[in-house]
Design a protein around this ligand. Structure first.
Ligand SMILES: Nc1ncnc2c1ncn2[C@@H]1O[C@H](COP(=O)(O)OP(=O)(O)OP(=O)(O)O)[C@@H](O)[C@H]1O
Ligand SMILES: [Mg+2]
Length: 245
């Protein structure tokens, strides 16, 4: 699903954020991307999203080499990926429903289709009673659940999270981790970047540890879980439209 071959990322100021990373993540895996501040976790996620190009090496997502993608194809790539960041990035003047719906609006999906999909996704993150609330009326954990719903509503095959619990207390962090675990059980491939080592043994997952840009350990794909009986339509790779180059 996600393959990196000898990937190095040097920023223009000369900092080597990632050095010679070789790793493959299979469809349906839950991978933590662990490591201290500055390890290269966010850079790893930015490369997958094509926010930054790799300096050296190749990255393949669903068999497509990111180097070969035309800029016009990047939005198609991103349709396969939901992203959640540490600072929820909600639109302050839109209510919860609209903050989630926007991910479908920009794809040109009709209102008739949007309403049930947003409702179903809010239900999944436990926020079905909050759809008319404004973001500032919500707790940090609730805001992060809105951000997760927004990342999920398009039923992406891959869910990327960059420190999604960074602003939350330990109880809320676990709650958010459990939502990701749920999504994973429904078939999504999850990459969850965190420097919080207390989260790592809370769910069965592969742990990729970065330090100063090096992949220093990989616990291996110990658990590849798939619960096809309870699949969210479209989260399985085979249900998701591919992206063209
Ligand atoms: N845009 C940039 N320009 C130059 N250097 C950068 C840039 N972004 C990150 N870096 C550097 O690359 C290295 C890796 O940064 P990155 O943000 O990927 O680490 P991280 O593991 O996400 O850290 P944190 O846990 O603090 O979020 C750091 O040394 C950082 O200073
Ligand atoms: Mg980071």
């Amino acid at each position: 699903m996600i393959e990196l071959y000898h990937v190095t990322k040097r920023y223009p100021n000369g900092v080597s954020a990632l050095t010679d990373i070789d790793v493959a993540v299979q469809a349906g895996e839950f991978c933590f991307l662990a490591g201290p501040s500055g390890a290269g976790k966010s850079t790893f996620i930015r490369l997958l999203l094509c926010i930054e190009p790799a300096t050296e090496g190749q990255i393949l997502i669903k068999g497509r080499n990111l180097r070969m993608l035309r800029p016009a194809s990047i939005p198609y790539l991103r349709r396969n990926m939901g992203v959640v960041f540490q600072n929820f990035r909600l639109l302050p003047h839109r209510n919860v429903f609209d903050n989630v719906a926007i991910a479908l609006e920009i794809l040109g999906i009709s209102r008739r289709e949007i309403v049930p999909r947003v409702e179903q996704t809010l239900d999944m993150v436990g926020l079905s009673d909050f759809d008319r609330h404004m973001p500032q009326m919500l707790s940090g954990g609730e805001q992060q659940r809105v951000a997760i719903a927004r990342a999920l509503v398009n039923e992406p095959a891959i869910l990327l999270a960059d420190e999604p619990t960074g602003n939350l207390d330990p109880t809320l962090s676990l709650e958010i981790l459990n939502i990701f675990s749920d999504i994973h059980r429904r078939g999504a491939t999850v990459i969850f970047a965190t420097h919080d080592v207390t989260l790592l043994d809370r769910v069965p997952a592969r742990i990729l540890s970065l330090n100063r840009g090096y992949l220093v350990s990989d616990s291996g794909a110990r658990f590849v879980q798939r619960d096809t009986t309870d699949a969210v339509p479209g989260t399985a790779a085979s249900d998701t439209p591919g992206f063209e180059d």
